[in-house]
Write a protein that binds this ligand. Sequence first.
Ligand SMILES: [Zn+2]
Length: 440
Amino acid sequence: MSLLIKNVSVLTLDEAGSILPTADIAIEGRLIRAIGAAPPDFRPDEVIDGYNHLAVPGFFNAHCHSPMTFERGWAEDLPLDRWFNERIWVAESALTPDDVYWGAALAACEMIRGGTVAFNDHYFYMDRVAEVVEQSGLKATLTWCQFGIGADREVGADLPGALAFVDRWQGGAGGRLRTVLGPHSPYVCPPEFLREISALARENQVPLHIHLAESAAQMANSLAAHGLTPTAHLEACGVFDVPCVAAHALYLAADDVAILARHGVTVARCPITYMKLAMGAHDARPLLAAGVNVALGTDGAGSNGDMDMKAVVRFAALLQKHHTGDAQAMAGDLPLRLATVNGARAMGFPESGVLAPGRAADLALFDLDRPHLYPRHNLVANLVHSARGSDVTHVIVDGRLLYRDGELLTLDEERIMAEADRHARRMVGQPLRIVREYKS
Ligand SMILES: [Zn+2]
């Protein structure tokens, strides 16, 4: 398969931040072959007219729970402890593998429409999410969430089951899939379990994906229970001995930043969730100054409202500026880099995130011919602060068109919306029960 995008503006997000006002992008197989003029011998199977469009690296959603689209609007106006205890975990007591499939498929529709090319997913019954990855054409890094409070209290797979999932799907979906291990968090998982899963990850050379330091109460409780911050506690348990994505990491002591930097941990921030659940604001400046890889995610739609990474990019910049009183923070194309190249690196796709010859053809086209995108004094500012996910017209992953002019090419969107709605209503219509308790 080969594609030629003609006369398109290109935001490369290369190190120099190059922007090409008009170029052709030649895509052959899974890779970008040329940007600028197409090679004379290039014979594309399909030509896309890129006039008045902007090509950008596709978004890497670095922390989410894709099947939680079925909890959209189900846990409103609650703080984190009540959000978990009264709505989210009780609803998930009735979860079935089919719910997971249709919830993830609905998320895939949303993500592709908004220019996302890959997602880092942390949930249950993950074979069903892997099926969605296969069918949708998206890339993903998947983990089967583990609580570590007894095999009978896991959802669908205990630790050997989660490792078997990792082996089953590593490199699957034609190389578009990565799999990792996923302890839920230091506030749910006991220390001995964190040590066990870390040792297993080391032995099998598998990365980890975990939640970390989401509230001041978690910080205080960790100090009381272990004499260590949540970050130092994870380090002591060996969680950072393998590549790790730590979602949130909002409450950090100065030494914690050094720990994250020393171990090359990626911090995935989800600014819309922080605002909606009033979790506190994110300040990425100390992390970035220390050289920590910071990426962005939506988290689940039960806290973010949707799976729109373009909105996350905008709010990552706005919340940072607002919280710190520093209008120069998170400036220029930085939030876009967090959402693309940094996420790609964290998720095990280092060939993605930049538009350049030889790199993976994972990109989105934004229609610039919209009222909110005139004038164009600053194309980057227009993209960060004015463009919408719904301005995306084409999405290409591994050189394959997944979305063209309003039409999803790999997924049956009508059926997915109907089935996801039916499954979500069935799930919350069951007698719900408390399966575990969040203690802040
Ligand atoms: Zn999360």
